[in-house]
Design a protein around this ligand. Structure first.
Ligand SMILES: [Fe+2]
Length: 190
């Protein structure tokens, strides 16, 4: 197993059991449920990995964990992991992750009924993260090469909050993680 994949499993093992904000699932459950929804939708390997790692910015560093009072839920976790994700897995993984917060703002702006499906915590963070997008922001989002992937990821993210759902071990994603790292190596050396 590569050091990177070992490190990812270790981070989830050590810090993934914490609650995902006020949701009824842990960070680890949320990550695995999100990745499974991506697999069930026949998403490609990169997007499944993006789904698995989309919130890893929450748990990369103990000091950066969201505050328990949740006064302001805009912690920029989508940016925190971006340089590392880009270096490690490339843009096909890193960009949907970077855009998944903006994707919620986009979906709620384009279709206000989307916001009514959000959990109370997710609706609160939507407001803290800027609320509805301006026309300029909508257009800038649509210019992002991975914006459609980010919208897919966002929808799985909002569904991946089912309490007590039986889940596979995160180690079952090892080969998938390794294959995405191997592809980045291949492209960067050719
Ligand atoms: Fe999430």
């Amino acid at each position: 197993m590569s050091e990177t994949v070992h490190g990812i499993l270790k981070v989830f093992g050590e810090r993934g059991s914490g609650q995902y904000g006020s949701e009824c699932v842990s960070q680890l459950e949320h990550a695995i449920q999100c990745a499974m929804l991506a697999q069930e939708s026949d998403a490609g390997a990169s997007l499944v990995v993006a789904a698995l790692l989309h919130d890893i910015g929450h748990i990369l560093d103990d000091a950066d964990l969201p505050k328990s009072d949740e006064g302001n839920l805009n912690d920029s976790h989508e940016d925190k992991a971006y340089p590392w994700l880009l270096r490690t897995f490339g843009a096909a993984v890193a960009d949907p992750v970077r855009l998944h917060v903006a994707a919620k703002r986009y979906l709620c702006t384009r279709d206000p009924s989307y916001s009514t499906q959000l959990s109370p915590t997710s609706f609160k963070s939507y407001l803290d993260q800027g609320g509805p997008m301006s026309e300029d922001e909508l257009q800038a989002f649509e210019r992002e090469p991975y914006y459609q992937k980010a919208l897919q990821l966002r929808k799985w993210d909002d569904l991946a909050k089912v309490a007590n759902k039986p889940l596979p071990d995160i180690a079952s994603f090892k080969e998938l993680l390794e294959s995405c790292i191997a592809n980045v190596d291949k492209y960067s050396t050719s």
